[in-house]
Design a protein around this ligand. Sequence first.
Ligand SMILES: Nc1ncnc2c1ncn2[C@@H]1O[C@H](COP(=O)(O)OP(=O)(O)OP(=O)(O)O)[C@@H](O)[C@H]1O
Length: 257
Amino acid sequence: MADGALLRGTGIGKRYGGVTALDGVDVEVRAGEVLGLIGPNGAGKTTLMDVVSGAQDLDAGTLTLAGRPLAGAPWRRARLGLARTFQHPQLASELTVAENVLTGRLAARHSSVRGMAASMLRGLLSTATGRDECARLAADMGLDDPGRLAGELTLGEKRVLEVVRALAQDPQVMLLDEPFAGADATGIAAIMEAIRTVRRRGHGVVLIDHSVDLVASLAERVVLLDSGRVVFEGTPEECLASSEMRAVYFGGGYDRT
Ligand SMILES: Nc1ncnc2c1ncn2[C@@H]1O[C@H](COP(=O)(O)OP(=O)(O)OP(=O)(O)O)[C@@H](O)[C@H]1O
């Protein structure tokens, strides 16, 4: 393992029926870095996040976080220091902005809170410590009414809220699946600042976005996936200049063996 590797996946494989979504993927996220994950539709980016976060079981390979095996249900992985956001935000619509952020904090300290009835959850959250801090965290990222229901937010605000909730976990590694899609300029700036905060803390970020330029501007390293395989890995500059990048996005050949 390279020095400073926080998250490490080796030989990751995942099939959905007859579809090979991931095929022998090796990936590593180092302390204090943003790893950009790019590739065309269907390349396997979200599936990689799914198997890392525990939303899907992997069929082959191993995962470690800070040297410890990463396995089990998503809430177990959250307690080990993994946080993620989703391509389609998964918030508790009946809970407020501040309460949703608190669920992130609780996920890192206790067992899963997802799926609980909102009323039970609200009772639990009303006694949870850190309520004001969570409201402040949301306000700092532009969500300045902590009492609004998450269900009433715009898509862009929901994305910001998911990132704030992930940040509230103080994760070792944060997985962000297209966090900028639908966010306005304020939201994009807030999410970028959250990414920089995680990096400053010496933690790691995995970032998926369809905007290769945006990923390149934030990431120290980029992994290019195509048909479930890593076809290039390097700095953004190296990746953008590679023949693999041209082949994947503009057609043409590269050695796929
Ligand atoms: N739940 C699922 N059931 C069956 N097939 C799936 C499922 N999720 C993903 N796939 C398939 O696995 C492959 C990888 O999909 P994945 O969503 O991981 O790619 P992606 O790179 O995230 O694509 P996009 O950029 O479009 O989100 C695709 O062929 C997709 O159709």
